[in-house]
Design a protein around this ligand. Structure first.
Ligand code: SAH
Length: 378
């Protein structure tokens, strides 16, 4: 008889070193067994041991007793007119998270969540309205990629467009640096050649600006860094991104330049949500340019995605274009993120997930943010 699931170790989300220890300690198996398992789980998307035909039958039976491969359950899947897909995944009875896939001609970006809800309380973000519930575990983070790959393959097999996950961005729900303990092992699996084998430029962590954790990340994992700046002065940023009161802009930028130097990276992508009459004036573009010019920095301007109850409005197109032009003229590379998936509430800052009594209850907010997130990694 198989042991109850809770007593079996979920192999999804064990980075290579941990999987090697698991097979050695529990089964006296050699490290190459762990490598075989990784290929099955990540490359081939296996969810059971029986299909792992190059493992001895005995070993497969033993694994069935000691281990499992468990992925989150899909509650809903929506497909946007522009091909963007959004999945709501059940985390427990009451809570859900959202994962968004954004197809483009030359890439496929998966926007994943790192927490259920978020504690950062940014005033323009839908996720903030639901407050913080809990951190996602490693398997719940990696499981979003595992599921998206399976679903995309199934859609292609059913005659839909062939689409692959080529980039992963932590721009869904949650603050990834507040959950480094689980986010770092997940990123190791994304980068591992036996995992998803992505280059470090194709995995992007986006943060609202947890300065001490940026220094920690610099020592632990080498991925692309995106930072939600949103304002050129502390006075304004204090209101939009409250963590700024603890870690003001000068400290944040110093941490960013350190990260680039330590990781030998190219540049930090700064995200800047365009809010009508709040942070979109020409003078603010000039202040921003003075902060960033001559630095390894790119700016990604995100048209604000509204959600019910918000006090903000999206900047008009002419203001966004003028803002970009001023930055470019002053020598800072700035691009405008195309809004994707807003018809299914999958755009940047519109993500909110809650599952109750098996029905999805809208919190009156959208997962606003994910779709625009993808553009940041260009
Ligand atoms: N917590 C992380 C990652 C999640 S949000 C962070 O703050 O970076 C991904 C991006 O979407 C962030 O830059 C965020 O500021 C932006 N965003 C949030 N709400 C938005 C909205 N309503 N419209 C447009 N962008 C939004």
């Amino acid at each position: 008889m198989t042991s109850p699931a809770a007593e079996r170790v979920n192999l999804l989300g064990l980075p290579r070193a941990e999987l090697e220890s698991f097979v050695a300690e529990r089964h006296g198996a050699k490290p190459f067994r762990a490598r075989q398992l990784m290929k099955w789980i990540y490359r081939r998307g296996a969810s059971g041991f029986d299909e792992m035909t190059d493992l001895a039958r005995d070993f497969r039976a033993q694994l069935g007793e000691s281990a499992r491969i468990s992925v989150p359950q899909i509650v809903t899947c929506q497909v946007s007119a522009d091909g963007t897909r959004k999945w709501m995944l059940r985390m427990d009875e009451a809570q859900g998270i959202e994962t968004v896939f954004i197809p483009e001609p030359d890439r496929g970006t998966l926007c994943i969540s790192s927490q259920v809800g978020c504690a950062m309380d940014c005033s323009f973000c839908a996720t903030a309205q639901q407050g913080f519930n809990r951190n996602l575990g490693v398997a719940e983070i990696v499981g979003q990629v595992w599921l998206a790959r399976r679903e995309l393959a199934a859609a292609a097999a059913a005659g839909g467009p062939a689409a692959q996950v080529t980039n992963i961005v932590f721009m869904g729900m949650g603050e990834p640096l507040a959950n480094l303990r689980n986010v770092v092992p997940a990123m190791r699996i994304f980068l591992d050649d036996l995992g998803y084998d992505l280059s470090r430029r194709r995995v992007t962590l986006s943060t609202s600006g947890l300065v001490p954790q940026i220094y920690r990340l610099a020592e632990e994992c080498n991925v692309a860094l995106a930072v939600s700046l949103h304002a050129p002065t502390d006075e304004l940023r204090d209101q939009l991104v409250p963590i700024n009161r603890k870690h003001p802009i000068a400290e944040l930028l110093a941490a960013c330049w350190h990260y680039i130097e330590r990781q030998n990276g190219r540049s930090v992508t700064f995200e800047y949500v365009m809010l009508d009459g709040v942070n979109d004036r020409p003078e603010q573009a000039r202040q921003l340019a003075r902060l960033l010019r001559g630095r390894p920095a790119k700016l990604n301007l995100i048209p604000f995605n509204p959600f019910p109850g918000t006090r903000y409005r999206r900047s008009p197109d002419h203001a966004i274009l003028r803002f970009r032009d001023i930055l470019n003229e002053m020598g800072v590379i700035a691009t405008i993120r195309r809004t994707r998936g807003d018809d299914i509430d999958a755009a940047c800052g519109q993500l909110a997930g809650r599952v109750e009594d098996r029905v999805l209850v809208r919190l009156g907010s959208k997962l606003g943010g994910a779709a625009s997130a993808a553009g940041a990694v260009r």
